[in-house]
Ligand binder design. Sequence first.
Ligand code: FES
Length: 63
Amino acid sequence: MFPAAPRSAPGRGRCRRGVCGSCLTEVVRGQPIHRDTLSPGVRIGAMSTCVSWAEGPELEFNL
Ligand code: FES
């Protein structure tokens, strides 16, 4: 597994703690384990790449 690059631009507010949502990235394939504090409705089909992980061996993003 490789660390995913957040989509937010440098300098934009990024908490890196799973609270702001600026790193939400679309998940194309695989199941994430959400470790952020965002509401489930916000992260449908996406995950916060700063704190979340893949449940299985692979996770594919739309970067
Ligand atoms: S940087 Fe804030 S949720 Fe990931």
